[in-house]
Ligand binder design. Sequence first.
Ligand code: IPE
Ligand code: IPE
Ligand code: MG
Length: 251
Amino acid sequence: MPEKTTKPNIPQHIAIIMDGNGRWAKQNGKARVFGHKNGVKSVRSVTEGAARAGVKFLTLYAFSTENWNRPKAEVTALMQLLVNTISKETKTLNKNNIRLKAIGDLQSLPGNCYSELQAAMDKTAGNKGMTLVLALSYSSRWEIVDATKKLLNDVKQGRINSEEVNETLFNSYLCTHDIPDPDLLIRTSGEYRISNFLLWQLAYSELYFTPKLWPDFREEDLLEAIDDYNKRERRFGKTSEQLSEEQSAHE
Ligand code: IPE
Ligand code: IPE
Ligand code: MG
């Protein structure tokens, strides 16, 4: 009998905390911005790699609410890089059938950044292959408070009754309401923390940490993370035995 081969289970949604650009630049004797510029090459490689692998949603943490507190010159350079990259990459996104989305407090972005982003989202809106979600001026606590304010307003206006509030309803107020929770979270640069990213959505995600700095992280590193993910057993609170029984009932 031919040996049974199991196809790798591709996570439907991968979220990445792209960290280590500054340290990478320092190692190369350059200014931090040099690290961010090289980080864009990793974004390209990982985005195309994820689409090729069949990932449906890729969320990249590009700028946190707390990152506004960095030196002004770095913030300005990052925003400029964002504007340039988004406008340059729109064609490639279309070629690869990738739809661009953004989550975060987008109103707080500089005007040119917001308009480039909006233009790229409009131009790629019809693509059905993969959704690339950029987390920009994003923090999970901001998102949860923002969702709560909107929910309270709907209660006040009589559009919903407070008894109706449950996880599904609350979820519908988050920026990620139309995106499934991440199956896999990757953080580069050897830091073991979440840094205010998707706190609600990561409830049952598998976590993968790598010492590689973001500008060194490429498609093959993503595939390695997916391989590691395939070795995990996601139990969602159940027992291993229950999962095996469910599996055989499905076969
Ligand atoms: C991640 O790299 C990029 C952003 C947060 C915008 P860092 O800039 O945080 O690099 P390190 O952590 O200082 O090395
Ligand atoms: C998290 O990285 C934010 C992004 C990758 C955009 P940081 O470098 O800002 O996180 P901390 O400060 O080390 O926790
Ligand atoms: Mg960092």
